[in-house]
Ligand binder design. Sequence first.
Ligand code: NAP
Ligand code: F7E
Length: 321
Amino acid sequence: MPKALITGITGQDGSYLAEFLLTQGYEVVGMVRRTSTVNFHRIAEIQDQIELVPGDLGDQISLIHILEQHRPQEVYNLAAQSFVQTSWTQPVFTGDVTGLGVTRLLDAIRIVDPGIRFYQASSSEMFGKVVEVPQRESTPFYPRSPYGVAKVYGHWITINYRESYGLHATSGILFNHESPRRGREFVTRKITNHVAQIKLGLTDELRLGNLDAQRDWGFAGDYVKAMWLMLQQDEPQDYVVATGETHSVEEFLRVAFEYVNLDWHDYVIQDPRYMRPAEVDLLVGDPSKAGANLGWEPAVSFTELVKMMVDADIELLKVSS
Ligand code: NAP
Ligand code: F7E
């Protein structure tokens, strides 16, 4: 039975990837960091089918021990300080975990077993102030936040370990992907959570920042399959994973509110607290390489994604109220 280690298993993508790998017959080991309160809600349903081990991307000894003890054939590095806004208030921490953490893990692999196949969660935030539309694997990077800068470092150190030590190390340059398990601080989930609250009479306002930003939003459940496909290839290569469509925050708002027969103009307040020091205005990926080499394509459309998230948030609030 193949064995995979997932860092960031308690996050959105980690939980979907763990479920997917279980369906592929994998033994799944998840690295979790010590927290004062247990945060296993996303993996609660599969907790008895996976093994959770303590570790932290900031602590290289823990990474070496985990690899030595569990001997995975594949490592998926999904752990990161992943919230762009927080990266301005915690830029050094973000650089340490999201950037240097990749080196710690790659070097642990080099020391323990250089035959391990490695996946790095790179990001469309590396394209930032875009120099080409749509963005593809060859598009130059121009990150616009400490998070984006840290991801560029993680991306290049992955390439460097591949070229220096011959590791099967690849990066998926994933564009925004969302789901009912998305953290509530990200704009899509913030919107669908508030639409549900407003619909159920629990609040009457939604405070947001820049409504003009455009993103290429897909469904996380589709995107984790691309991660796995990348590690099944003989030759390690980097891939853009995206839908090829872009939509503004305002459009997301409109579709979400219209779905429950409300007009977003009646509830949304623009609040400078949610504006960013530097914005990424337009992201749209070209996933044709992933289509051609991996046979990957997204299954869930933009409108289906918005409706899925609104439905799930209404259901969640009904159950908890
Ligand atoms: P997420 O929900 O924020 O999950 C992040 C995970 O990283 C959590 O499990 C978190 O653990 C863990 N983590 C944070 N700091 C850690 C540390 N020092 N040591 C060990 N674990 C740590 O993120 P996501 O949306 O699933 O994204 C997964 C990865 O893809 C991230 O690297 C993200 O930057 C990247 N990415 C995401 C997107 C997207 O649109 N979702 C797009 C491109 C790239 P706790 O639960 O303990 O906090
Ligand atoms: O912002 C705007 C905000 O925080 C999207 C992460 O997964 O995807 C994610 O990063 C847009 C931005 O995601 C609010 O200014 C307006 O333009 O949902 P977000 P993100 O910054 O695109 C990439 C690919 C990653 O790699 C990251 O890890 O929405 N926006 N008003 C707002 N954003 C938030 N969060 N909150 C607002 O109130």
